[in-house]
Design a protein around this ligand. Sequence first.
Ligand SMILES: [Zn+2]
Ligand SMILES: [Zn+2]
Ligand SMILES: [Zn+2]
Length: 327
Amino acid sequence: MGIEKPLEPPKNGLLVPDLIPLAYEVLDAWKVLIKGVAQLLHTIPVYGCSECSEVHVALEGHQIKDCLGPTSRDRHSLHSWVRGSIDDILVPIESYHLYDPFGRRIKHETRFEYDRIPAVVELCIQAGVDIPEYPSRRRMKPIRMIGKKVIDRGGFLEEPKPWRLGNPSSPVDFDTYRANERFPPPLSEDIPRIAQETMDAYDFVRSGVMKLMKKYTVKACGYCSEVHVGPWGHNAKFCGAFKHQWRDGKHGWQDAIVDEVFPPNCVWHVRDPRGPPLRSALKRFYGKAPAVVEVCMQAGAQVPDRYKPMMRLDIIVPESDEAKLVA
Ligand SMILES: [Zn+2]
Ligand SMILES: [Zn+2]
Ligand SMILES: [Zn+2]
């Protein structure tokens, strides 16, 4: 059976007091980020490929031939661009909301008894943020474990019904659902300020999530993009990855990294969003940036120094005549 090991918060089910204010700040920044991106997308055009996950931020799609979608051969590997949305910039990563992360494990049969909310928001809730729609069990007494077995969790409490069931289409301010309707186009003189606030919020969310994840466990599936906030993963079987039938749809849980919870979603950096489309021949001169950073920069924000090398801002791109020689 083993011996009882002493557990520190949050592994013992109690909150880490020092991280509660940070969790609130991360959630606030997350809301600023959604609002800001939604506002900026009324003026900054975004395209997504209908055949693959490529996203491009410019007046028109790029002409770099790297589409791997099912019919890309018919297009000589050019992407098939359609107008994009906020979900192309802030890739939605959702996870189950758990009233008690140390309570019953989600089973395949019980998966519809839980809300799905942005993983960042669930992390903030588990780190101490109280959101009335998504209540959370707050323990006074620590749980006790021997080895991997919980010997005292203070019993199981009845879990509240999922909020979404009773409110099927109500928008909330912490996900991207209908964000473009909720946040109308801003005044043009406000755009540079909104761009800077959004850039700052992006940075804050990313660093805040990293700090929270040093203490609070987040799991990611090694085979698909499913993320689980909480100590033990879940048992719902719908692993989306191809060719894993032998695993009976079970996810393969590992400790997550920040990019799995809050993906940077890198796109080509476009120097002149109104200029000629980016082309394969010049690919080696182009840099990349996280999609939010690219949107905010094009809308007038300052780029934090750490993104400058990957954006290759110091590389001189040949003019179109010289480009023919390069090709
Ligand atoms: Zn494509
Ligand atoms: Zn999976
Ligand atoms: Zn799989």
